[in-house]
Design a protein around this ligand. Structure first.
Ligand SMILES: [Zn+2]
Length: 385
């Protein structure tokens, strides 16, 4: 054993107990003044300069400290006490030579030894060269946990690896997309995603559909354990799921006029779901923006009324919902026409403004808004104009 220790280490271990600059007073003397096997193990941790960090108790001013510390670095452990975690180096019946932890997570011996039982002493978790806690209570332990995408130890991930992992998360298809496709087949997501933009409508108008329907966050009775029944709150006929909304005889009445405008009559349950819930035509040909905007507005009012049934006990009345949606749509169109008329276009010209209303209305060069005849008749019936 002696041959494995450097001369300096031997001298240190045969010296009387020293209170070094870091306060180490620990033993090191074997019986009969012979150096005994050190209870401390080699420590691989090195600083940029090649020196192991100071703080494990040996004097910083001693010569060849780097070499010696590498050989004599101990294994830091800890015990839980009412005042918190006490770190230190356990030495059986001699107890735990306690260490304080610097702001960088490095242990420094305090010179105080406390009693500790072997079974209560546990290993420590290190994160990038510093102590962060006890293995049994600290999460995550970088030696046990990692990113599902790979990259190695948590505390050794580089910016490059992290960037790749986060990018993978972003490019991964959101779960709602998979949910829809497993139910309704392939969905042209670029077409669906292009509708949610600030143009005629604002996020206040389309966020309701985006969140509740597209992202399937609507709190239906099927998933509400406190609902009076799992049957649809509007028709009381089928289990209330998001898919049911497209086939619900009451809710579909709201779309009666919209269906006339699009001229589309979906023939199967899947087609109805794609058409009403996702705004897709049977051939996936895009609908004009004016119709899509109206469809989003209708959903905003459906979701308000639908939620109100269970919260306030109000009946879902399709004509009232449709009237509210159309009224709001008209006010949006009027606001757009006013912006055009005033020349405050916010980067939106007459032509692009008209694209947002197509084919339901048109803004002329003077900024006057003209509705197509069928809408105008409907607006008159509902006393909106
Ligand atoms: Zn229903």
């Amino acid at each position: 054993m002696q041959g494995m220790l450097s001369k300096v280490a031997q001298r240190m271990m045969t010296l009387p107990q020293i209170a070094g600059p870091h306060g180490w007073r620990g033993g090191g003397l074997g019986t009969r003044n012979q150096p005994r096997q050190p209870e401390i193990e080699p420590r691989p941790c090195k600083s940029k300069t090649g020196d192991p960090h100071p703080g494990i108790g040996f004097g910083a001013s001693r010569p060849n400290k780097a070499k010696d510390n590498r050989q004599l670095a101990p294994k830091l452990q800890g015990v839980v006490r009412p005042t918190g975690i006490v770190y230190g180096y356990f030495n059986g019946f001699r107890g735990l030579r306690t260490a304080s932890i610097t702001v960088k997570g490095r242990p420094r011996l305090t010179g105080v030894t406390i009693r500790a039982e072997g079974e209560e002493v546990v290993d420590t978790v290190w994160w990038a060269g510093g102590v962060v806690g006890l293995a049994e209570s600290h999460f995550p332990n970088p030696t046990e946990w990692g990113y599902a995408g790979g990259g190695g130890r948590l505390d050794q991930l580089t910016v490059k690896v992290l960037t790749a992992l986060f990018r993978d998360l972003l490019v991964k298809q959101p779960s709602c997309m998979g949910n829809w496709e497993s139910r309704l087949g392939p969905v042209p997501w670029s077409l669906v995603g292009a509708r949610y933009r600030i143009s005629l409508l604002s996020p206040r108008d389309w966020a309701s559909h985006f969140k509740n329907i597209l992202h399937r966050a609507l709190f239906t009775r099927q998933i509400n354990p406190e609902a009076p029944s799992s049957r649809c709150r509007c028709c009381d006929r089928e289990t209330e799921t998001i898919e049911h909304l497209a086939s619900c005889k009451v809710i579909r009445k709201v779309f009666k006029f919209y269906d006339k405008l699009t001229g589309i009559k979906p023939t199967s349950r899947t087609e109805r779901s794609r058409y009403y819930l996702l705004g897709l035509t049977p051939g996936n040909s895009p609908l004009p923006a004016g119709l899509t905007n109206l469809w989003l507005m209708v959903w905003k009012f459906i979701i308000i009324a639908f939620t109100t049934v269970d919260i306030l006990g109000r009946k879902f009345i399709p004509d009232t919902v449709w009237q509210g949606a159309l009224r709001r749509y008209v006010s949006k169109a009027n606001a757009l026409a006013t912006r055009v008329a005033l020349g405050i276009k916010g980067g939106v010209g007459v032509r692009s403004s008209n694209r947002q209303l197509e084919p339901l209305a048109n803004i002329d060069a003077d900024g006057k808004l003209w509705w197509i005849q069928s809408i105008y008749t409907e607006l008159t019936r509902l006393q909106i104009v």
